[in-house]
Design a protein around this ligand. Structure first.
Ligand SMILES: [Zn+2]
Length: 437
């Protein structure tokens, strides 16, 4: 069967659900109004229904879902919505536990702005980069910071709230409780506030009806487009504070790329010159010179793509962890490091257990006992005891066995050299667990 990942993007306005392949191709998607005012249970009911519809329509065509990624606004800690300004009845809601009751698929929950950044990383303007910041300039300012191809999560998963970085200590109050946050300037709400202040000072006099006390971001855009100097002045002010914020991000993260999305980014030409000027004058020259500022490319699909990519990264981590550790009847091993011609493993042998009597044709091994147990080693018919900090060498073709005769686990660091063929290079001469080859 062909596999897909379900990406969910739940915003204050829209609910988008998409089926996406491991290569990032959207094979089906649905979009509806999120209608947050109806309450959490209703909204989640819509999410469950949309996912079910996609599954139902793809199943007869031979498609099978393998994971779900869910992007949701607010601070997310281990699947719990700690705080969500746009979804007040979601605060402290264990979204992961709720969804796991309904779905039997591995699930990853990500903040919506982080999901947008991941979408741009996977399929958009950040495809060529592993170090960038992605800011969504909408009603507020959402942001996701990509370091080494991964979202920066911080101690609790709540890092990257660049919208609430202080860019003006004497600035206006912000919805977060602070003052002078980037969001109070570089968002649609910020533009409206600045227009209100400008109107109060007597700006736009004679150009607008007297009963206009506030302009929307779209109104301002239209005025700026028509060449209005006062509208352009407001965008320049917005661009100035955006530039201050970006200079901070560039200094802290040595980011090579800034991606700007969201509706306010449509007014690009009116704010970007001032933004670039601030970056060039405030950030280190070496950092400012190399950074590129680009517009987001994924548009409305960024959230579903990024949510699916969060799930894909999670799946890959699980697969990698499984590959790196193995539980065996005698204990377990974990791969610590590997190169083209070596592997380093940590073996833990349970009390009273022994590995099979075996030999390898293509690899030699060094063993060191660490921690407190004592191992009994058999090599080509000879027996010896290996105490903590003692090592021995097992040459290619040497018939060997590790036994733990004690009452505590024995921990051995094993370095394997030569060609590694895994199970294919183990000849078992005797085995307590019935494995024969
Ligand atoms: Zn704030």
């Amino acid at each position: 069967m062909k596999e897909y990942i379900i990406g969910i993007d739940l915003g204050g306005t829209n609910l988008r659900v998409a089926a996406i392949t491991r290569d990032g191709e959207i094979i089906q998607k649905s979009e509806s109004r999120s209608e947050v005012h109806r309450g959490r249970e209703e909204v989640l009911g819509d999410v469950l229904k949309s996912v079910e519809e996609i599954q139902k329509s793809l199943q007869p065509k031979g498609w099978r879902p393998v994971a779900i990624g869910f992007g949701v606004p607010g601070l997310i800690k281990e699947g719990v919505v700690v705080q969500s300004p746009n979804f007040p009845d979601w605060d402290d809601f264990d979204l992961k536990a709720y969804l796991e009751n309904h779905w039997n698929l591995p699930l990853w929950i990500e903040n919506d702005a982080n999901a947008a950044a991941l979408g741009e990383l996977w399929k958009g303007a950040g495809k060529e980069s592993k170090h960038f910041c992605c800011l969504t300039l909408g009603t507020g300012v959402g942001s996701g910071i990509i370091v080494d191809g991964r979202i920066l999560h911080g101690a609790d998963g709540m890092a990257g709230e660049a919208g609430h970085m202080v860019v003006d200590p004497e600035g206006p109050p912000c919805g977060c409780g602070g003052y002078g946050c980037l969001e109070t300037y570089a968002s649609a709400t910020g533009l409206e506030r600045m227009s209100k202040e400008a109107l109060r000072r007597g700006a736009f006099r004679g150009k607008l009806p007297d009963n206009v006390h506030e302009l929307s971001a779209e109104d301002l855009h239209a005025l700026a487009k028509a060449g209005d100097p006062e509208a352009r002045q407001i965008f320049a002010q917005m661009g100035r504070y955006l530039g201050i914020g970006l200079a901070n991000l560039i200094q802290i993260f040595n980011t090579e790329l800034i991606i700007l999305g969201g509706g306010v980014a449509d007014s690009w030409e009116y704010f970007i010159p001032e933004t670039e000027k601030q970056i060039q004058t405030r950030a280190y020259k070496a950092l400012a010179r190399r950074v590129k500022i680009r517009r987001a490319l994924c548009g409305g699909d960024a959230g579903v793509l990024g949510a699916a990519y969060a799930a894909l990264q999670g799946l890959r981590d699980l697969e990698e962890n499984r590959r790196r550790r193995d539980e065996r009847p005698w204990g377990r091993w974990i791969l610590l490091d590997e190169g083209t011609n070596y592997k380093v493993k940590r073996l833990e042998v349970k009390p009273g257990q022994r590995l099979s009597l075996q030999k390898h044709q293509y690899r030699a091994e060094h063993w060191v006992v660490v921690e407190e147990g004592t191992a009994q080693i058999t090599l080509d018919g000879n027996q010896m005891e290996l105490h903590p900090n003692e090592a021995t060498f097992i040459p290619q073709g040497g018939v060997h066995r590790i036994t733990n005769p004690g009452s505590k686990p024995v921990v051995i660091i094993e370095v394997q050299y030569g060609t590694y063929l895994g199970e294919d290079d183990i000849t078992r001469l005797q085995d307590d667990y019935g494995r024969a080859n």
